[in-house]
Structure formats: structure tokens, C-alpha cells
Design a protein around this ligand. Sequence first.
Ligand SMILES: Cc1cc2nc3c(=O)[nH]c(=O)nc-3n(C[C@H](O)[C@H](O)[C@H](O)COP(=O)(O)OP(=O)(O)OC[C@H]3O[C@@H](n4cnc5c(N)ncnc54)[C@H](O)[C@@H]3O)c2cc1C
Length: 466
Amino acid sequence: MKIAIVGAGMAGIGTLRYYIDHIDNPDMEIYMFDDSNAAGTGYPFGPDDDALLLNQRLKKMTLAPWDDKKEYVKYLKKNNPDLLKHEFITRPEFGEYSKDVFSEYVKDSRVTFVPTVVDDIDVIEKTYIIHADEKYEVDIVHLCIGQLPQTDIYNLKEIDKYIATPFPIERNSEVLLNAKSVGVIGTNLTSLDIIMYLHHNNYKNDILVTSRSGTVPFIRGNEAEVDIDVEALKQNRDITIQTIVDIFKEETKKQGIDFHLLTELNDMPVLDSLTYQLEHLDTLGVVQQIAEAMSEVLREVWNHLSIEDKKYYIKHIKGTHGQLTGPFPKMTAEKIVELIEAGQLTYVSGVKDISYDDEFVINSEDGSYSADVMVSAVGPNLSGENLADENNASPLVKTLIEKGILQVDELGGIKITYPEFSVISKAGVLDTMKLYGNLVSTTHINNSGVNLILKKIPHSIDKIIQ
Ligand SMILES: Cc1cc2nc3c(=O)[nH]c(=O)nc-3n(C[C@H](O)[C@H](O)[C@H](O)COP(=O)(O)OP(=O)(O)OC[C@H]3O[C@@H](n4cnc5c(N)ncnc54)[C@H](O)[C@@H]3O)c2cc1C
């Protein structure tokens, strides 16, 4: 049994260790491919500035969700007990643990790490040819390649002062910290990272955070318990999006919270919304716990929903649901409030266009603004014809789509079977080629989290072995 694991980030490490710990085969050969700088950490958790925080409480992080949910806490007790005093730690700190786990497992004599990116794969009957530094013939492929590059909405990629990929942010320090002003495209978690990086490094000039919608993720509320029978709901095959929304509304009402609060928060200026949230962290915690429970249900029932329901969810609900299930730490919010109040940070919404004419010109419904340097924080574009096109370039994904090995799903992302995660090629299902992570997030819905991705890997491997 020859296995290729393409990508040595979180999903790749999870796949590797599941084979080593749970598949009893002394003869298997595992080839793992990645750029040597990224191997062991992936995109978000590599060595970088201390301003970049995990968006989950550290006790929720583990690289072995199937064996030991407390593995990371135990690791810290042994290696860096001081960190356990913190609720949120930095992403590079988590990356030290993932790198240690990777280094440990890669020592197994059945594993070969190939420090090269894969640029093509051929499917020949029941085998695969992996094109890297040389060609490798294998029986099983796990594509653990993370997310596509961030999309270049305004076609700015040729401009020197445009930063298309913010991380590692230290690589961009000179341009950012010497800028007369910094513009950021997008208001999601990456935009908060950029603001916190600038603040942490004593940047004193203007920061403009621009977007079409103007919505910012919510602050992580206080921990809360809610009484929802998630297991029973997961088994309900007749569930619809309306049922899920109704349960959400009912639960918030039971807890004395008006469901309309979410729309009201999104309609407020960012400063007012954050100030309100900071004063109501208990309320937020409860709503987030309900949203989390709904997310857990949704992930299980998603592939039984009608296509209309799925489209409705993606268009009307996913955004707010994501604000609740992907929140950011309170201490970040406090800093953002300080920066807005000091007049250093401005949120510009209703953006129509951004162009370049000696400086970046942001054309919005409220008027025109300018910035010296512009950073993209918009995430990848998974939709249809844009997936892996020149503004979302990923050579391997583009090549595999052109060859019909990967296909774009009707909802965006790449088509797979669920819960096996087998690639659905033009020629049919490839039972021994798996794909995990952001590229399949229209089938493995709302999967942005290390635990969420890793939890699904055992079943997908067990299915092959059977
Ligand atoms: C900025 C940011 C912050 C995040 N913060 C958190 C957080 O705090 N907590 C959390 O749980 N989740 C967080 N996430 C979500 C996070 O992306 C996932 O939880 C996790 O990193 C995804 O794992 P992955 O293996 O799919 O991707 P990655 O960990 O990024 O790994 C993909 C790997 O594949 C490699 N690769 C790509 N193409 C090829 C190729 N052709 N050949 C060989 N190798 C290739 C890449 O170099 C990379 O190392 C964050 C995401 C981002 C973008």
C-alpha cells in the first residue's frame, strides 16, 4: 500500500498520524509532499508575529480529536506551562506543537517526506502518478492542500504596494510599517490580524478597513451552556433550513434574547456594535453556543437538504452564522475600539471599487478614500468559474480541474462524496483519492477549524482500508 499525502499542514498531519497510529500495516509506504517552509504548520500557524492569535480557546485545540482531545493542553503542561495561563495564545505558538507532532511522526521508517510541491497528478486505472521532484506511483492520494490563495477582487495584483497574501506577515513588515496609510480589503478575521499586527508594532498612521457589506465577525462571548438535543437533531433526515432557523429563534427566545439583535448589531456602525457586544458578553456567549449547536447539526444533515435549502442558507444565513461561529477574542475587540476612538482606524463600507493612481483610491457609497499600501484579507473565491482562475491561482487545482480529475460543485468548491471525502471526477468517484479542508467547504459545511477538519479523516481512511 503506497500512500501520497499532498500537503503537510493540519489535515496532512492528521492523515499521517491516523495511518501510523491506527492502520496496522508494517509494509505501507507513505510519501508526504509540501514546501519545507510550510510543512508541519500549514498556512496559518507558521512562525510569525506574536499579534496573530488563535481564534479558538487553546483548550479546544488538538491534533488528535479522535484519540485525545486534551493532547495540546498536556503538551503545554510539559513544554510551556506558562501558556496555560492564557485563554487565547498565538498561532505561531500552536504551530510549534504541530511542528513537533509532525517531526515525531515523520521519523517512522515507513514515511518519506518529500520537500517539494506537487504540480500534477495522473490517474491511471487504480493508481496515481504524483508529479513532484520526480514521479511517484501510489495507490491512495490524500489531498490536504488547504485553501486557495486569496482572491484579487479588484485586479490589483500587478501593483507593488498591493499585498495579496498577508501571511507570514513579518515578510511584509517593511512595506506595512513604512506605509503612509494602510488599506485592508475585507473585514473578516484576517483583517483583524492585520490591524493587531500594525498596532503591536507601533504603527501610528491611518488604517482603513474596507468592504462591501461592512459586517465584522462578532466578539467571542463568555462560555455558556444551552440545552439542545444535538444528537437527536442530527438523526432527523426530514430537517429543513426553516426548522433549523426556527429552533435557533425558539432557543434564543427561551434564553430571553431577541433574535433581531443580530441584524441590529450588523446595522450599527462598527464602534457602536463592538461597544454593545463588549457590554453583553454573556448574551453573546449564549447566542454563539446555540449557533455552534446548530452548526454541528447542519454539518451532519447538510447533504440531505434540498439544493434550494442549501442555496438559501448560503445566500441569507451563512454570513451571520459565520460571524457567530467564527468570533474573535475580547482583547482584540478592546483594541479595535481604542483605535477607532483615537481616530486611527476607520471602517469604510459600501465599497464599489478600488483602483490605483499613485495611491489606492477606494470608491465607496460614502465617498472616496485613499491608502498608500493595500492588503487583501478577503479569503479565497470558491465559486464556479472563478475557482482557481488567474485571480485565485492554484496551479495544482487548476490543472486537476482542466483534466477532469476535480470538478467544481454546483455550490462552489470541489465535488466530493460525504462522509467519505472521495473526489468525484468526470469519470466517476475516485474511492482512493480524498480531499479535505476549505476546498470542500460547500459539502463539509462550516468546516473552518482544525478539529472540524481532522475529525472526519478517520472515517475516510477506514473506508479505504475496508
Ligand atoms: C489566517 C487564518 C487563521 C486561522 N486560524 C485558525 C484558528 O485559530 N483555529 C482553527 O482551528 N482554525 C483556524 N483557521 C482555519 C484553518 O485554516 C484550518 O483549521 C487549518 O489550518 C486547515 O488545515 P489544512 O490542512 O486544510 O490547510 P493548511 O494547514 O493550510 O495546510 C495546507 C498545506 O498544503 C500545502 N500545499 C498546498 N498545495 C500544495 C501542493 N500542490 N503540493 C504540496 N503541498 C501543498 C501548503 O503549503 C500547506 O502547508 C485559520 C485559517 C486562516 C486562513
